[in-house]
Each structure stands twice: as C-alpha cells, then as structure tokens.
Write a protein that binds this ligand. Structure first.
Ligand SMILES: Nc1ncnc2c1ncn2[C@@H]1O[C@H](COP(=O)(O)OP(=O)(O)OP(=O)(O)O)[C@@H](O)[C@H]1O
Ligand SMILES: [Mg+2]
Length: 310
C-alpha cells in the first residue's frame, strides 16, 4: 500500500480552482519534493492531506486510509509541519513534547523515551530543558519536526520547512531532513529551493495551477534534459580571438565570455557530448581549469517546464 495516493483532487475557493484534478502517488520510503510556483496549490494540497481543509472532490489516501472518511485513522500514521507552529514560550521542548504526547494518548514512559529520541534526531538534546521562547527560528522549526514525529508516524509531510530561515538555520534543518531520510520515513515536502530539492529528494512532483506537470525520480528527470548550459574557466583570458576560435567548434551555441577567464555556452547532448567537448577545448590549446554545468540543473528544467505549460 502506497503511503500517499491522491486521485483527481479538486479544491475550489469560490469559482477559483486552487487544485485542479491532481493525481499523485508517493511510494514507501521515498523523499519527494513538491515543487511549483507561488499559488500553484502546494499548501492547499498539503492542507487537504493533513485534514486542515476539505477537498471539493477527488480523494486522498494515507496508507490506504481515506483522509476525508476517516481522518482520525489517517492522521495516526502522519506527522506534519504545515505552518510555522506557535509554541508556548515558557515551556521547554521536553514539556512541550510531554503535553503533546498526552494529547495523543501516549504513556508517560513512552513519552519519556520517545522525547529523548526525537530531540536527538533534530539535534536539540542539549536544549531539552530550556525555554522555547528564546530559541531561534531554526531551532523552533526543529522542535516542530520533533513534535511531528513524536508518535512514530511512517509518513512526514512538510510545507517549506526551511523557508524564512537564515543560511545556518537552513543548513541545520536540512541536516535533520537528511537524518529523517536515513531513518526511512516517507517524506513529502514542498519547497522553492531547487538546490535543496536536488540535493536531498529522490523524486519530485512539479505542479502549476493546481495540475501536475511532471513527476518522477530526480535522476531520470535530469537525465531527460537534452540542452545543457555549460560553464568553463581557463588559465587563458578569454578575449575576442579565443571566443572566435571556440565558437567554431561543433556543438557550441550561445557562447559568451563570463568573468575574466571564463565563458559559458549551450550544448546539445548528455554526458558523452560533454566529455567530447572538454576534449575539443583542450585540443585547441585551452588550459581548462573547470568545466561544469552552470547553475542548478533542476532549476533549468523547472523553468522550461513552467514556461511550456503557460
Ligand atoms: N482560503 C483561501 N481562499 C481563497 N483562495 C485561496 C485560499 N487559500 C489559497 N487560496 C488560493 O489558492 C491558490 C493556491 O494557493 P496555495 O497556498 O496552495 O499555493 P502554494 O503553491 O502553496 O503557493 P506558495 O508557493 O506561495 O506557498 C492561490 O491562488 C491562493 O491565493
Ligand atoms: Mg504554500
């Protein structure tokens, strides 16, 4: 049974379709990045999955349990962080988790054991008895994740878990996400940070205007990209004569200098063509210092798919 199965999901707000016939499956043990521009319907979808919103039509199942018909059972195996959670500032993480554990019907002993475990997972053990009021945003976000997994759910849903954090906070939360992945949780996470998604997710689902544009393993999607923007740095300064020489190589398109000793160009083809081009450049006497795909590969793919769909 798949952890998350969404079929023909629709959510109307008045006459506006925020989610428009979305179908999506998240498989056991995968970390899926849920992507899409602002207003694409990610949060709305996540709120339906987490029983914070009622779908207009269609269905959503968590581990085979209908979220609409049996929300209580569906939520039992789900941990979610949807909006930046509010904490009682005078309580400590241990107190906060104890309070939540009681609400969820866990025994005192289980709460004690599990609190220690989840605080370890989110790397907040040494803060277990400090008041949350003085924590940074990133620390609060990690406590939110600890809360979400306290009752040992197998599925975790996160809506932009690193948004609004500074670079260090982001890195810390990202590390926690990597650990959740190692602990074999099935994770469904919306994000706008494509480098983050490319780094930690196994699969992506890209939506726009409430509809699925594309989904699949990150590797396969990137492998399907045929046009690559390449970035080269060399010992030589790239002047007019060099540009002229390089532009005459077969397969070089949209060539331009970038920085004092570098240039960028577009290349049609995959790994094989890239390796061939590197050889060509060296054969015309260029001392290549670095030769790599420019920017984030997933970002290029994302941009082209959004553009295509509009
Ligand atoms: N309660 C609501 N009432 C009316 N319209 C809403 C409501 N909630 C969301 N919408 C609209 O539905 C659309 C989808 O919103 P949603 O928040 O799901 O997008 P999102 O993909 O999460 O965007 P972002 O990346 O900005 O978080 C938007 O156009 C939004 O304005
Ligand atoms: Mg959102």
């Amino acid at each position: 049974m798949e952890p998350i199965v969404i079929t023909d999901l629709v959510k109307n707000f008045g006459g506006f379709k925020a989610v428009d016939g979305l179908s999506l499956t998240v498989r056991q043990g995968t970390f899926v990045g849920f992507l899409g521009p602002n207003g694409a319907g990610k949060t709305t979808t996540i709120k339906i999955l987490t029983n914070m919103l009622r779908a207009t039509s269609g269905s959503a199942y968590l581990n085979g349990v209908d979220v609409v018909k049996d929300p209580k059972a569906a939520m039992a195996d789900l941990g979610a962080v949807v909006e930046t959670p509010e904490f009682y500032p005078y309580l400590t993480p241990n107190e906060t988790l104890a309070f939540l554990g009681e609400l969820r019907g866990m025994s005192t002993e289980d709460i004690r054991i599990r609190s220690a475990e989840v605080l370890e997972t989110v790397k907040m053990t040494e803060w277990a008895d400090q008041r949350i009021g003085k924590f940074s945003k990133g620390m609060k976000q990690r406590i939110a994740i600890a809360q979400a997994i306290l009752h040992r759910p197998s599925v975790v849903i996160l809506d932009e878990p690193t948004s609004g954090l500074d670079p260090r906070g982001m890195a810390e939360v990202r590390e926690v996400l990597m650990d959740l992945k190692k602990e074999r949780y099935t994770i469904f996470m919306s994000s706008h940070l494509l480098n983050e998604v490319q780094e930690i997710c196994d699969e992506v689902a890209l939506i726009d205007r409430g509809k699925l544009l594309r989904s699949g393993p990150v590797d396969a999607l990137l492998g399907s990209v045929k046009v690559h923007r390449m970035e080269v740095r060399s010992l030589q300064q790239i002047d007019g004569p060099w540009l002229n020489k390089i532009s005459q190589l077969e397969g070089i398109e949209e060539l331009r200098a970038s920085g004092p000793a570098g240039f960028v160009f577009t290349l049609n083809g995959g790994d094989k063509e890239q390796a061939g081009m590197l050889r060509e450049l060296q054969s015309i006497g260029l001392d290549v210092v670095s030769f790599k795909e420019s920017g984030v590969a997933l970002e290029n793919l994302y941009m082209s798919m959004i553009k295509e769909s509009r």
